[in-house]
Write a protein that binds this ligand. Structure first.
Ligand code: GTP
Ligand code: MG
Length: 228
C-alpha cells in the first residue's frame, strides 16, 4: 500500500500554483480567488461586480462546485467567458484544476480571471490556486464568530467582503467584532461592507478591484500571496 503524505501533495500544489501565477502574469491576466461558505453570496457578488467593471476590465470566470453548472450559467448569461469545474465531492479547487480549466477558456483580451471556489471555509484555505489576490466573503446570516472559529481562511486573504448588510436590522451580527478580528488576523487586508443585490458598497469594491487589476497588470513580478 502506498501512503502519500498531505505535505507532499500541498508542495506539488504550491509548485503548480506558482506556474499558474507566472502564466497569468506574463499574459497580463490578474487572478482573483473568491472563497466563502456555501450561499454566502459569492456568485451574486460577481454579478454585481461585473456590471460595475464594464469597460474597465475584461473578465473570465472559473466556477468551482461539487456538482452542476448553475453558477456557470449565471455568468454565461452575462456574456462572460466561463468554465465550470465539478469537483465530484472534493471540497476545494486546486492549482491543477485551474491550469486545466484555464486551457479551456478563451482568454483572448481577458485581463481579470476570477475563480469562484467551492463554498467552504476550511479546505479552500490550504490550496493556493496561482491567484494574485484572495477575497473572502462572509455574509451577515453566517454570524459574527466565523473569524474566531475558522481563522486560517481569513488570515490568508487580501480582502474581506462582508455581504448581505441589508439584513443587519434583522440579525444579531456585530460588524465591529468582525472588523476587529480581521484586523488581528490580517492587518494588511482591505475590508468592505456590501449589499450586492441592492448595490450598497458595490461601487467602492469595484473601484478597488479595478485598481488592483490594473496595478497587477503593470507589475510583471507580482509577489506570491502569503497563504500560510
Ligand atoms: N439579502 C441579500 N441576499 C443576498 C445577497 N447576496 C446574495 N444573496 C442571496 O443569497 C443566496 C445565495 O447567493 P449566491 O450568490 O448563490 O451564493 P454563493 O456563495 O455563490 O453560493 P454557492 O456557490 O452555492 O456557495 C441567494 O438567495 C441570493 O439571492 C445580499 O447582498 N443580500
Ligand atoms: Mg456560487
Amino acid at each position: 500500500m502506498k501512503i502519500v503524505a498531505a505535505k507532499k501533495i500541498l508542495k506539488a500544489n504550491d509548485q503548480l500554483a506558482e506556474e499558474n501565477r507566472e502564466r497569468f502574469t506574463s499574459a497580463g491576466i490578474f487572478g482573483v480567488n473568491i472563497v466563502g461558505s456555501p450561499g454566502s453570496g459569492k456568485t451574486t457578488l460577481l454579478e454585481a461586480l461585473f456590471v460595475r467593471l464594464k469597460g474597465r476590465a475584461k473578465p473570465a470566470v472559473i466556477e468551482g462546485d461539487i456538482a452542476g453548472s448553475i453558477d456557470a450559467e449565471r455568468i454565461d448569461a452575462m456574456g462572460i467567458p466561463v468554465v465550470q469545474i465539478n469537483t465530484e465531492g472534493a471540497c476545494h479547487l486546486d492549482a491543477n484544476m485551474i491550469a486545466a480549466a484555464a486551457r479551456d477558456l478563451d482568454l483572448e483580451g481577458v485581463d481579470l480571471l476570477v475563480v469562484e471556489n467551492v463554498g467552504n471555509l476550511v479546505c479552500t484555505a490550504g490550496f493556493d490556486l496561482g491567484e494574485h489576490l484572495r477575497i473572502v466573503v462572509l455574509s451577515v446570516p453566517e454570524g459574527d464568530d466565523k473569524l474566531a472559529k475558522y481563522p486560517a481562511i481569513f488570515q490568508g486573504s487580501d480582502a474581506l467582503v462582508i455581504t448581505k448588510i441589508d439584513l443587519l436590522p434583522y440579525i444579531k451580527f456585530d460588524v465591529d467584532r468582525v472588523i476587529g478580528d480581521m484586523v488581528r488576523l490580517a492587518p494588511q487586508a482591505e475590508i468592505f461592507q456590501v449589499a450586492a443585490i441592492k448595490g450598497e458598497g458595490m461601487d467602492s469594491l469595484a473601484e478597488w478591484l479595478a485598481r488592483k487589476c490594473h496595478a497587477g497588470k503593470r507589475t510583471a513580478d507580482n509577489p506570491a500571496p502569503d497563504h500560510s
